[in-house]
Structure formats: C-alpha cells, structure tokens
Ligand binder design. Structure first.
Ligand code: 5GP
Length: 345
C-alpha cells in the first residue's frame, strides 16, 4: 500500500483567474478547433463538445441539434442497423464529421460495429467505450480495431492516468477518453472506491497525450458551462457531456408526469435500468454502477446549447483568448473553497 500526498482537484475546487484582455465582445471569440489525428491522419474542424453515448443523451435527434452548431454526438450503441440506415438516408452527407459510432468490446459489439461500418463507410469516428480502460484485453481490442480500420479516428477510454493514455495511444487510439467516476449518474466511486478528481485527471492526461501527438476528451463531471470552460482550460481537446444535455426533447428517455410537473428519465449506461433494457438484467458477478434519475423536462436542447457556447465564449473574453485554442495557455486556476452564491438557489 502507498499513499500519494499530492492533492488532486475537481472542477469545484478551482476558479479561473481573469486577465487583462483586448477583446471587446464575446461575439469575437472563435470556438472552432481543427485537429489532425495521430493515426488516422484525418482532419477535423468543429466545436469540440460531444454528447455522451448514453441512450438518454446520444440520440440521432441530439446529433442533428448539435450538428447545427458544428458540435459532435457519440451515438449510443443500441440503434439497430435498420435505424442507422433510415436515419443516415435523411441526415445528409455533412453529418459524418459530427457523429461517432460507439462500441463495447464483446464479440457481439465487434460484429455490430462491422455491420454499421459496412452500411456507412463514410463514418470517421469509432468510440470504443468501457467503464474500466485499464484491462490488457481492452488495449488488445483497441489494437485490433486499429488494424481493421487504419483510416478511421479511434477514441478509446476511459482512463485517468498519463501512463495509460500513452499505452492506448501507442495501441492505436487517436483520442483517449478521460474520466472514472465523475459522471452525474455514475456510482463507481461509491461502489468501488476507485476514481480520480476530474480536473487533475485532465491536466495530467492532456500532458501525456499531447507529448505523443494524441488528443483527449474530458468525459463526465461538468454540471454547468463554467465546468466546460475549466475542462478546456485544463488542456482537454474535447469535452463530453451527459447530464447537462439530458431532459430535453432530443435526449431520448421516457417522459414522466407527476403532480402536474414533467420529468425525463435519465440513467447511467451500467445502471440496472440500462442493463434490463439492453441485456436483460444485471449480471450476477457485477453490481450496477449507475443511477436512474428523473430530471426536470427542459424542452428543446437549442437554448441549453446556446447557454453552454455563450458561457465558454465569455470565459475566453475574461482571460483574453480570441480563440478556444488559446484558452489553456491563458488559464490560471486558483484553488478556492467557494463557488457560486447560493442564497437564491
Ligand atoms: P455527466 O456529463 O453526466 O457528468 O457524465 C457523463 C459520463 O458518465 C458518460 O459519458 C460516461 O462516461 C459516464 N457514465 C454513463 N453512464 C454511466 C454508468 O452507468 N456508470 C458509470 N460509472 N459511468 C457512467
């Protein structure tokens, strides 16, 4: 046993220090980023915010709403081939830069991935997603997908430490997804005691990835637009959102009415709700590591997206970053013991 004494930080432990700036308005701030990915060598431009591949977030409807702002959607892995085919037919050619196909690592997942890619060879992003990205078998799976699809951009995760980011990049991932335990409907930290505060995970993993020419996604734990800015400020190349995009018309999930108020069902992908729906229940050897909650119904997602984009633009003006690209080098975090004033919350 060993104890690391360095204090690790989450979004709630810091604020961003304002800096003198010549920017006149947040309308001047450019949020688009352009990346050329390490292995695929594909070029991508867009606003690097991604809807999470949960079936109560990452839906076809969400992808269309996000694409209007040049943002991305990692589609959940439970769409049938027919659903994919029907949707792609009407979504138009421009959608391919804006969506990711998700997969787990089982044989069934691999078969399904192959089938989706065979009907939609224009897809550019594969998101290989497991709760625990530390298993050797996961690294092998990433290598196999890299061999099979050398021309595609591969995202792999989740991990939270630099050495594992490097291992996944060397195994063939272009982008590594970072986050264990910070999610709004995640119970991993409670059930297992395992985790890593997200801000520190991002800072450390970004450093490791950028050293090798790779990229990272900060996945989970953002509860407000300010957290999205903090993730970018910490060095993340992309930010993935679940809970912040839940509860909308586009989010999927059942609408529930109670005492005149409307709610939408939102659940973790390893919650008992998700497992009953997709694999017929929670396997005996594992506990469910996700919650099921009802979130207030919030209408169309458009206003929420504007709020997020407006928040990040405003952060950039506070620190004098004319482009999102400059945000990390213009960020100084201050450690704090307070966030917002909650008198009227
Ligand atoms: P949020 O933005 O809601 O804080 O976090 C979203 C992220 O939570 C997802 O992208 C995914 O990484 C993670 N997540 C989703 N479902 C579950 C789950 O059932 N268990 C755990 N441990 N994490 C989950």
């Amino acid at each position: 046993m060993r104890i690391e004494h360095d204090l690790k930080l989450g979004f709630k432990d810091v604020l961003i220090r304002p800096k003198r700036s010549t920017l006149k308005s947040r309308a001047e701030v450019k949020l688009e980023r352009s990346y050329t990915f390490l292995h695929s060598q594909l070029q991508w431009s867009g606003v690097p915010i991604i809807a999470a591949n949960m079936d109560t977030v990452g839906t076809f409807a969400m992808a269309e709403a996000l694409a209007k702002h040049d943002m991305l959607c990692a589609l959940h892995k439970h769409y049938s081939l027919q659903e994919w085919q029907d949707w792609l037919k009407q979504a138009g050619e421009n959608i391919y830069q804006r969506i990711m196909v998700s997969t787990g690592t089982s044989d069934n997942d691999m078969e399904k991935l192959k089938a989706v890619l065979s009907i939609a060879p224009q897809l550019q992003f594969i998101c290989i997603d497991v709760a625990n990205g530390y298993a050797e078998s996961f690294v092998d799976f990433v290598s196999r997908v890299r061999e099979a699809y050398p021309q595609m951009t591969i995202i792999a995760g989740n991990v939270v430490t630099g050495e594992m980011v490097e291992e996944l990049l060397l195994a063939g991932a272009d982008v590594v997804k970072v986050g264990i335990g910070p999610g709004s409907v995640c119970t991993t930290r409670v059930k297992t005691g395992v985790g890593y505060p997200q801000l520190s995970a991002v800072i450390e993993c970004a450093d490791a990835a950028h050293g090798l020419g790779g990229r990272i996604i900060s996945d989970g734990g953002c509860i407000c637009p300010g957290d999205v800015s903090k993730a970018f400020g910490a060095g993340s190349d992309f930010v993935m959102l679940g809970g912040m995009l839940a509860g909308h018309d586009e989010s999927g999930g059942q609408l529930v009415e109670r005492e005149g108020l409307q709610y939408k069902l939102f659940y973790g992908m390893s919650s008992s709700t998700a497992m009953s729906k997709h694999v017929g229940g929670v396997a005996e050897y594992r506990s469910s590591e996700g919650k099921t909650v009802e979130v207030p119904y919030r209408g169309v997602v458009e206003e929420t997206l504007r709020d997020i984009l407006g928040g990040v633009r405003s952060t950039c003006t506070y620190v004098g970053a004319a482009e999102l690209r400059e945000l990390t080098k213009r960020t100084t975090f201050i450690r704090v013991q307070e966030q917002e004033n909650r008198t009227f919350s």
